[in-house]
Ligand binder design. Sequence first.
Ligand SMILES: [Zn+2]
Length: 649
Amino acid sequence: MCSSFSRGGIVLCLLLASSIGTFGAVIQLTDGMTYSNAAILQRDAENVQIQVHYGEIKVPISSVKSIDGVAVDQLTLPPAPSPETGNSATTDVAAAAMHPLPGPLGPTNSTTVGLAPAPPLRPAAIAPVKYVHNFKMDLFLLVFGVITAIWTGMLLWVQRDVAELFADAPREIKRWNAKVLLLPGLGLWWYLCARSAKIAQQEDVRAKSLSLSRAPASQATANPPVKRGLFSGRVKFSMPFRSKKKQVEFEFLDDDGKSIDIQRDSPEMTGIEAAHQVLQEAITERASDVHIDPQDKDYHVRFRIDGQLQERMVFEKVDGQRVVSSLKVLAQIDVAEKRKSQDGRFRVRTSLHDIDFRVATTYSMYGEKMVVRILDRKGGMLGLGDLGMPKPMMETFDRVIHSRSGIILATGPTGAGKTSTLYAGLGRLDTRHFNVMTVEDPVEYHLDGATQIPVRPKAGVTFESGLRSILRQDPDVIFVGEIRDSETATTAIRAALTGQLVFSSLHAQDALNTVVRMQQMGVETYQIASALLMVVAQRLVRVLCNKCREPYPASGTELLSLGLELPKGQTIYRAKGCATCDNTGYHGRTAIFELVVLDDELRRGISDGLNQQALADIARSKGWHSYREDGVTKILNGITTVEEVLQAG
Ligand SMILES: [Zn+2]
């Protein structure tokens, strides 16, 4: 009996010791947060996965300052997965890079962990990872061991006394045993619960302090930090907080610009605080879209930055649903309807400008998915010089937009910056002496002196009807956001032929393909030939991060793939990745252009019904360059990479 009693005590002690022993590493993040009792589960070139008391979190390497006192840039990182090394090699390296996990009450003074043999092509990874000894943890375990010994001794002592006192009542002995063993057990359980709650709360406070209170006091009054509702909006994992950029404060407006009275206590709005945080991060990070994707067990939030999706946050399933439902309320769409695709919009007002959000939901296997498109008019209109157009092209563009009548078209994929280019042109016009009218979906820029009409299908305002109403308003210059159907196409061409200058955009592969597209939309070739002034085609390419771009001599194959003859060995640049650019190697985007200005010969060619190839031959004989050629100039200037230009098409 005696032995069973003390055995129980020892088991409890061992349990506590092992739970602490496995959390040995001290991980410091760049934003000041420290995880003291963490265990490193896995580490690769980009992320460290660590286990803390309340769960696992994934931290990008760029956000880690040090591990056990060693600065992260002094730790040798295992290589990123590559076709040469294969996945298994990478896993071995990652496993070997794990922090040593000491056994229960075991010594923690293992200092060096060797890495598995490095893959042949990456000799840099052979160096062993060195960990600095954690003396604090040693001391803790020593004290813990002493307490355990004293406790075990006390248990034996109590056991002896009880056995003497209740020698004739074995049931009483059992009751005492239970009491003495259960009480410390309960205490231990309470301690661990309180501890994980405290860590979770610190994490929450950290998130709040970084995202909500960073703005100066003058701006903070625009939308005071929201009070805590039923839902704390705790993000399971979120790393945008590493950005030291100033967060924008804002208030929510409805589609008409009236302030929305947010019923924070209503059940649909319990996620508003987290939704606010998501949008704030997205704006700060220059995201163009926010994807809120339901998965099997949680919700993933991804931002589209410079055209690429990047995962930024993970919410618990229920919290993700709350965020989605709050955004639905803001966008004035039916919260109860979860199966039908819906769309809506809302606006936020910052101290500087308004930002429009367009929300679209769809039903999916694991729940409702939402995409929020951010239309940030912050930058305002770009000047002609800011577009990234080569100078001679810019001068031609500027000359043609000052024509009195005709149609100017921009073409390229969605989100390629067509509107920015056309607005840069509109901005050059004298809006005081011309009646400039636009119909757009949505209005992306504010143009002083112009009448801008947003498309509202529900109110009966479409591109076509908007354009027809503009024509009754004695316009000089008309901007039609997009020509999508034959009615709009023919109306726009007719306006261009009757003395108005029309700007519009159209989906086509390249500049000369627009002629074919116009014909397919039912516009007569003679009308195109006489109305069309100029076509700008553009694609976006990512701009190399100038902190980390890497020069190298161009190889023959690269130049061949671009179809160009250039001296082999010409220095060009490739993307590398650093903390400034979130390890992408790129920061921001620019456009590559091609410009076709119609002259008599091309007009004759169009009305004679020449095919695209024949038209291209004529254009080329006049010195026309494709956007790939503009792309090559940008590669040689170190603005972008070969991959980006090839990918642009
Ligand atoms: Zn960089």
